[in-house]
Every structure is written in structure tokens, then in C-alpha cells.
Write a protein that binds this ligand. Structure first.
Ligand code: F6P
Length: 555
């Protein structure tokens, strides 16, 4: 049975946190001087991740109150309800079981009378067998040529996870086999992605949980037309159905709709309504990734995710990293006024990780009502954003260092580079990591006016060169960006998001907020194409904008 949300703001812990935040003046310089053991006390292990929260704005009192808050709102109970398959996604009446996607084969979990682990591994076996056929060249295009490019067509959770992981695991890609991704309904996306591809060696994976998403189905039709046109050019007698069967596979929970689209159900991989779109990259939605890195590496990614799930499930609250990081975000957002949260990977390979996290965190926790329909009682859902270091340093770090807003930031780095290069005597990865270490140091400890003066700075510009410090960061490190470590990072943020959602009492697994825009786009569409009566039904601004479009559209 789903537990009713506890109003976090009515708990004793929330009151304590309020008292602690009143006049809170962090002083990381003093805290470090007074407590030499601070880095050790506030550093944690979670699977292979080393997480240092010592440069965060935590005091022992704040930490104790945050842990009390977790207890008083029932984070552990709700976590167990999720892991056990209860329908905690109440507005859609669904279980939330992305964690089941990475359970080992010998685990058992029955949900709603169904053997979930058996189902998951059966689909995995099929995906793995398909991927092996493509990788080995056994699966060919209709003209008998080997597949060289796999194009994933999907959007949101059916795109962001696979792209992010494909980019992140570049060192593990099979040579001679490339993946590309089409998501946007902007026709430029399909046009540019298909440029210079050979239809004879291209395979499409249509990925859509619902198989009803406008963008994905439109792009799939565009790709089908491109394929068939191209093939007719090289083989005028080719049979369209046979060509589609050899060049299109699908991933969906709606296998009936896959068949309607014309894709052979034998070439479709299923998943289940208890996997949310943004939590689905480790389901068959990751098929493009399996093709790129191979089943063995994908299994390592799943094992990494499972290791983090186990950490979240079994670690004591005071050593439980996702729990602590989620609670810390509550402290920043609801007590210290942070509106946004930066994620700054010092790894070029993780350049799509912030974008991936945007859907995970904001589609999950950008809600104004709780899971019983009552209004939320505190601010919810920080804006997540970021870019890889050091590019960000030369763009927006100015504001993080000296601006007026509090921006907690997670810094992520790896001891070993994916590509080790030397610049003469210099190990370039070490130069890179020096930046990683320097940034969190500068943000935490700043530079006083006296220190600026001591450098001989003219008095008039001293204020401009002062760094206040006390700007919070978390440092996350791991030996290397392996598939397992990537899995651990993903699951870490899934559980951070979950923790925050429980404190706010919201259903982190629905996404009703995306519906209105989709509905209006459908209604408006005839007006865009010139239907004056539909245009006349719109508000004055929209009418004028459509008129502008129609006046300026050429051709
Ligand atoms: O528009 C939001 C959304 O429903 C996401 O939650 C989802 O990841 C995305 O659309 C794509 O949905 P589908 O996989 O069903 O095509």
C-alpha cells in the first residue's frame, strides 16, 4: 500500500533546519582549520565512487537534522516500497522498477503476479543476440552488405540516455560501426544525421516506450522513406517489406503499434510500463549502446548500476551517498535559497551527462502537487545544468565564483584518462585534473581582500578581485570512466532524485507537465498550415505569430 506523503515542513527536523538556516554563515576556512578530520569525516565510498562532501555547506548539526528529516518523511520506507514493486507512481498506478532492469539473473522479484527478473533477462538475451549479429556482420542489409551505421530514432528518455552513454563509452566502441541519433522533429535533425549515410549499410532502431510520440514516429517515417528511396536507386526491384525488415528494428512497450508501423514483431524488443522513459536506458532502449559496446560491456554497466542500488538499499543513512546528496540538495534549495545545481564533469566523454540529468531530475521533480494531489509545501526541483570542465571555466564559472547566487556544483573526475596524451614533458590529464582540484578549492576558500592586496593589486580594483569563497561543491572521483562506473553515476543521480522527491512528497515518476503543450500543438497544427478558422480560435499573440510565419515562409 502506498504511504501517504508526510508534510516535510511540519516535521521537527524541518523546524530544526529552519533554525539552523536562520543567520547561517558558512565559513569553510574556519571549519577546515578547526576540524582537520573534516575531509575524512565527510568523504564516502559508494561502489567505486569516492565522494567528498567536505567542501559542502554541512555542519554536524545540519547533517544530523537532514538525516532526521529523512527518517521523519520515510525515505527508507518509500525506497523499500519502490524496490518491492509497489505502485508508488500513483497518478499512473504503476510500479517503479528500473532497479529490476539490473538485478542479476539469479535474483527473484515477482510483481503483480509476474516474474520480473525472468522477463528482464529474456529480453536482454534477445537484445544481446541481435547486437552480436550486427557486430559480427551476420545481420546484413537487404543487399547483403554489412551494417556500418545504427541510427537510434527516439526522444527524451528514448534518446538522452543512449546518446549520453554512447558518447561516454567511446573507447569501447567497435571499430567500423557507428551510432547516430535522431530526436528532434526539426527536419534538420533527420536531414543532417542521414547526410552521407548509405542506406544499404544503415540500420534504424525506432525507440519509443509508447510508440505514439509525434517526433519519433515522424522521424521514423522520414527515415523509412529515405531508406526505400535510396534502395530503389541501387536496386530498383527491391521489395519494401523485406527492406524494412532488414533495416528497421523497434524498442517499445507497445508491440501492437510497432507491428502497425510495419516493423516485424520478431525484430522488436519489449519493456514494461514500470520502466519510466527517463529511467529506461538500461532496458532495451539501450540497444544502440549494446551494438556499440557489446553485450559484455553493457552487462558491466548494469552491474555498476546494481552496485549503486545495493549501496542505496543497504548502507546506513549516515554513509548512504545518494541519500546524503539528495538531502544536501534539499538543504541548499529549501533553506539556503539555491535555485539551480551545476554538474561539471571533468571528462569530455561526459559532455552529454548534464543534458541527460536535466530530464532525469527536472521531469521527475518539477512538480507543484504531491502524490495525493495536495499542493507541495516547499520549493521543488532545482534547475540542473552544466558543461564539461574546463570549457565551463571559460564561460560561466565567473558567475559561480563571484555572482550573487548560490550555485551548488558537483564536480566529477577520473584518475585515469580515456586517452593519455603528453604535451612534451607534461601529462595533459594531470593539467586537466589540476583545474578540477583548483576550482573546488577556489570556490570553497576564496581569496580575501588582504590576500589580493598582498599581491600588489591597486586598491581601486581590490573588490573586483576578491573571492568570497563558501561556494559549495561535491567532488566525485573514480579510477576511470568504465561502463560500470558510468552505471554507478547514473544510478547515483537516480537515487538522489528519488530522495528529493520523497522529501517533497511528489510522484517523481509521472510527467503530466509535458502534455498540455503536445495537445495544443496538435490543435494548432492546421492553423500553421493555413486553416483560418483554427487560427481565429487562438489568442491574439499566437494569431499574430502564426501570421508572421505564414507571411515569411517561402516555397
Ligand atoms: O514528452 C515526455 C516523454 O513522455 C518522456 O517522458 C519520454 O522519455 C519521452 O516523452 C519519449 O517517450 P516515448 O519513449 O514514449 O517515445
Amino acid at each position: 500500500m502506498t504511504l501517504a506523503p508526510v508534510d516535510a515542513t511540519a516535521t521537527d527536523a524541518w523546524r530544526t533546519l529552519h533554525e539552523l538556516s536562520d543567520g547561517f554563515t558558512p565559513d569553510l576556512r574556519r571549519w577546515f582549520a578547526d576540524e582537520p578530520e573534516r575531509p575524512a569525516t565527510l568523504s564516502y565510498s559508494a561502489a567505486d565512487l569516492h565522494v567528498d562532501l567536505s567542501k559542502s555547506l554541512l555542519t554536524p548539526e545540519v547533517l544530523a537534522a537532514l538525516l532526521d528529516l529523512a527518517g521523519q518523511v520515510g525515505v527508507a520506507e518509500r525506497r523499500d516500497a519502490m524496490l518491492g514493486g509497489e505502485h508508488i507512481n500513483v497518478t499512473e498506478d504503476r510500479a517503479v522498477l528500473h532497479t529490476a532492469l539490473r538485478l542479476p539473473e539469479d535474483a527473484t522479484l515477482e510483481v503483480d503476479g509476474q516474474d520480473v527478473v525472468g522477463d528482464v533477462h529474456e529480453v536482454l538475451r534477445r537484445v544481446y543476440a541481435f547486437a552480436e549479429r550486427v557486430r559480427s556482420g551476420d545481420w546484413t542489409g537487404v543487399t547483403g552488405r554489412r551494417i556500418r551505421t545504427v541510427v537510434n530514432i527516439g526522444i527524451g528518455g528514448s534518446d538522452l540516455g543512449p546518446v549520453m552513454a554512447y558518447e561516454a563509452l567511446e573507447p569501447y566502441h567497435q571499430d567500423g560501426l557507428e551510432c547516430r541519433f535522431i530526436s528532434n522533429i526539426d527536419p534538420t535533425d533527420a536531414a543532417t544525421t542521414l547526410k552521407r549515410l548509405d542506406p544499404e549499410t544503415t540500420l534504424f532502431i525506432v525507440s519509443s516506450k509508447t510508440f505514439g510520440t509525434l517526433e519519433t514516429l515522424t522521424n521514423a517515417r522520414l527515415c523509412k522513406a529515405w531508406l526505400l528511396d535510396g534502395l530503389r536507386g541501387s536496386d530498383p526491384g527491391s521489395d519494401d517489406d523485406v527492406a524494412v525488415a532488414k533495416h528497421f528494428v523497434a524498442v517499445s512497450t507497445a508491440l501492437d503499434k510497432v507491428a502497425e508501423f510495419g516493423i516485424d514483431p520478431a525484430n522488436a524488443f519489449g519493456f514494461w510500463d514500470w520502466v519510466g522513459g527517463r529511467y529506461s536506458m538500461d532496458s532495451a532502449i539501450g540497444t544502440s549502446l549494446v551494438v556499440a559496446i557489446g553485450p559484455e560491456r553493457f552487462a558491466e554497466l548494469l552491474a555498476g548500476m546494481h552496485a549503486m542500488d545495493e549501496h542505496f538499499r543497504t548502507s546506513a543513512p549516515e554513509r548512504n551517498v545518494p541519500l546524503l546528496m539528495g538531502l544536501l540538495n534539499i538543504w541548499y534549495a529549501d533553506f539556503l535559497g539555491a535555485q539551480t545545481h551545476a554538474v561539471l564533469p571533468y571528462s569530455q566523454l561526459l559532455h552529454r551527462f548534464p543534458a541527460y540529468l536535466q530530464q532525469l531530475t527536472m521531469e521527475s521533480n518539477g512538480k507543484g502537487v504531491r502524490w495525493d494531489g495536495s499542493p507541495v509545501t516547499a520549493g521543488t526541483g532545482e534547475v540542473f545544468w552544466g558543461e564539461p570542465g574546463t570549457n565551463g571555466q571559460h564561460a560561466f564559472y565567473q558567475l559561480i565564483h563571484q555572482g550573487t547566487r548560490l550555485i551548488p556544483a558537483d564536480f566529477i573526475a577520473f584518475a585515469n584518462p580515456a586517452h593519455a596524451l603528453r604535451d612534451g614533458e607534461t601529462d595533459v590529464h594531470e593539467l586537466f585534473l589540476a583545474n578540477f582540484f583548483a576550482q573546488t578549492q577556489a570556490l570553497a576558500f576564496g581569496k580575501t581582500a588582504d590576500e589580493v592586496r598582498a599581491e600588489g593589486t591597486r586598491e581601486e580594483i581590490v573588490p573586483a578581485r576578491v573571492f568570497t569563497g563558501n561556494r559549495p561543491t561535491a567532488s566525485i572521483m573514480a579510477p576511470a570512466l568504465t561502463p560500470s562506473v558510468l552505471g554507478q553515476l547514473i544510478a547515483l543521480y537516480e537515487h538522489i532524485t528519488f530522495t528529493e522527491g520523497v522529501v517533497w512528497g511528489i510522484d517523481s515518476f509521472d510527467q503530466w507537465g509535458v502534455e498540455l503543450g503536445k495537445q495544443l500543438a496538435q490543435q494548432l497544427s492546421p492553423a500553421v498550415s493555413g486553416d483560418g478558422s483554427v487560427a481565429a480560435e487562438q489568442d491574439a499573440s499566437t494569431q499574430a505569430l502564426i501570421a508572421y510565419y505564414r507571411e515569411h515562409r517561402e516555397g
